[in-house]
Design a protein around this ligand. Structure first.
Ligand code: MG
Length: 375
């Protein structure tokens, strides 16, 4: 295909800042392809299938899980990266790995584990994603973790407190110096926002927690729904929802590509090093930024705080808190590989163990530790 050359501001696998442990270069694939492949083969990646996005995994078979969410993020991110002539493989690697550190039960699980860990250094899910790829995966003979390239690790660490950033060496530096990550990482970050806003609308309506009349008060949804109805006045409700969501994604992606291409043209960074010093270049236009924020606010108020979601969240919070307390009181309840690490830092080993659990594993482990009857 003509014009498929990478843009000057793209990350280049042959100029990567490298891996923490030196390895022979891959054959027949690039360094970033190797990162992507390692992520897909990891245990943490497979566990995403049974981790909650908004709905608890057993609530229905059709809702998004962290796995399908991550695949949708990767798909959107790759389209954008390709249009901007960025490295698709790095974008995909970051997108697929971005939620690897998520606890069971979505944000509730994460808030709850953070509360448990407050006296022991706290818990941040982005930092946990980095711990997964740097340390917790045990698949390779020569090293712990996946030994990813600097650029993939930097992308995975989307946010980080300054306190923690200072302890992370090279990959934490940008938070201290207020610099940007690669454009590939910036793309994955906004693809995440496009994916969850849209699939949460879809799942929200499918579950009956949201209805189309409510959504008609959100500008971006209303505008696209009206356009669909003008063209197809008698469309069945389900198709109307899908078609509206489809068009919203298209608008968001097109706007992101257009605005970012303009920004890149204007700043013309000649290398990834100049990208790090520039303002964020991957961005929505002001109007779409506003509309996306409005949709986000709507979802927060009407879906994430819906009483049925909140009720499930209460249960999830208790499960995480109970597990943490029980395991901290008696480290011998931990599986052997975590017991070993508990010798150095018991609360951190327990947090790693709990964060790695799927929703149903956490429920089962809670039953095993707390139920009186045999399970
Ligand atoms: Mg995400």
């Amino acid at each position: 295909m003509p014009g498929r050359e990478l843009a000057p501001c793209a990350a280049r696998p042959e100029r990567s800042r490298g891996r923490r442990r030196r390895e022979a270069p891959p054959r027949g694939r690039s360094e970033y392809q190797r990162d992507r492949d390692r992520i897909i083969h990891s245990t943490a990646f497979r566990r995403l299938e049974y981790k909650t996005q908004v709905f608890v995994n057993h609530e229905g078979d059709l809702f998004r899980t962290r796995l399908t969410h991550s695949l949708e993020v990767a798909q959107i991110a790759r389209s954008v990266a390709r249009s901007l002539r960025l490295d698709e493989d790095l974008t995909e690697a970051v997108a697929l790995a971005h939620d690897l550190g998520h606890t069971p039960f979505g944000h509730t699980g994460q808030d709850s584990l953070n509360a448990c860990m407050r006296p022991y250094g706290g818990f941040e899910h982005n930092l946990q994603s980095l711990r997964v790829v740097d340390l917790l995966e045990q698949r390779y003979a020569a090293f712990d973790g996946l030994n990813l390239t600097f650029e993939s690790r930097e992308g995975v660490l989307k946010h980080c407190s300054l306190k923690n950033a200072r302890t992370l060496g090279d990959v934490g530096e940008r938070f201290v110096k207020k610099q940007r990550p690669s454009l590939e990482a910036q793309v994955a970050n906004l693809a995440d926002e496009i994916a969850y806003n849209n699939h949460d609308v879809d799942d929200g309506v499918r579950s009956g927690l949201l209805d189309m009349a409510q959504l008609a008060e959100v500008a971006i949804f209303a505008r696209h729904m009206k356009a669909v109805l003008r063209q197809f006045p008698r469309l069945a409700a389900r198709r109307l929802r899908h078609e509206t969501v489809r068009r919203m994604i298209d608008t968001l992606v097109s706007d992101l590509i257009r605005t970012s291409a303009d920004n890149i043209r204007r700043h013309a960074p000649a290398s990834i090093e100049e990208v790090r010093l520039a303002p964020p270049l991957i961005a929505f236009s002001a109007r779409i930024r506003e509309e996306s924020d409005e949709l986000k606010r709507f979802l927060r108020e009407n879906l994430y705080r819906h009483y049925r979601v909140v009720r499930m969240s209460g249960k999830a919070r208790r499960i995480v808190a109970d597990l943490f307390a029980a395991l901290l009181t008696d480290n011998r309840l931990l599986p052997p590989e975590f017991q070993e690490r508990a010798g150095e830092d018991a609360p951190r080993a327990i947090a790693d163990y709990i964060a790695g659990m799927t929703d149903r594993y956490a429920i089962l482990e809670h039953r095993r530790l707390f139920a009186i009857e045999e399970t």
